[in-house]
Design a binder for this molecule. Structure first.
Ligand SMILES: [Cu+2]
Length: 198
């Protein structure tokens, strides 16, 4: 017999949380007798099943305006040390800007890492690229849409998740929306690095 449906293959574009629609009513998987072990098996309840693959030498991120939402897609990409990320302006006007003191921001990149800032990119199809020479976790944002949660992350190499300034609690002086997004990204990055902490 042919088995045409390979369950996990259908991942698709997971929605961005540009609009908040997870209000706690997450359906759980249908209950069988609950006498079993209930320890942690991960469910994909939050719609963020963009799996972060293994590091590669090049990764692409789309910058998107759609339905009033603003997105880096995918949220998290991963490259090797010396790898390049290319941001592609699909729609709207955006920037890709590192959380780095050179950009007058708190540092959410590894110590000694170079900053980048594309400036506002408005032309459809325009690209900006940055090569990452320092291993670690990087958070970055879109200048006009940071406060709306347009924030993304780059993982470079095989960093120790316990030594990443980016993965610490988000800066206290950032708006709630920004802090929530950073926490969400931290969860995705930790998962990608095999460090699903409780
Ligand atoms: Cu933007």
């Amino acid at each position: 017999m042919l088995q045409l449906t390979g369950g996990a293959a259908v991942v698709g574009l997971a929605g961005c949380t540009g609009t908040q629609n997870n209000d706690g009513g997450t359906p759980t998987e249908s209950g069988h007798d609950d006498s079993g072990t209930e320890s942690g098996h991960s469910d994909e309840e939050d719609g963020h099943d963009e799996a972060v693959g293994a590091p590669s030498d090049a990764a692409e991120v789309n910058m998107i305006t759609e339905d009033g939402g603003y997105h880096f897609e995918p949220h998290v990409v991963r490259v090797n040390v010396g790898g390049t990320v290319t941001w592609h302006n699909e729609s709207g006007s955006h920037s890709t800007t590192a959380y780095h003191s050179d950009n007058d921001q708190p540092q959410l990149v590894p110590d000694g890492a170079a900053a980048w800032d594309s400036g506002i990119v408005s032309e459809q199809g325009a690209t900006f690229e940055h090569t990452f020479e320092t291993e670690g976790v990087y958070h970055y944002y879109c200048t006009p849409h940071e406060s709306l949660g347009m924030i993304g992350s780059v993982i470079v190499g095989e960093p120790d998740p316990h030594e990443q300034v980016a993965l610490e609690d988000p800066p206290a002086d950032k708006p709630e929306r920004v802090r929530e997004k950073l926490e969400e990204l931290n969860g995705m990055v930790s998962t990608a690095l095999g460090d699903d902490h409780e």
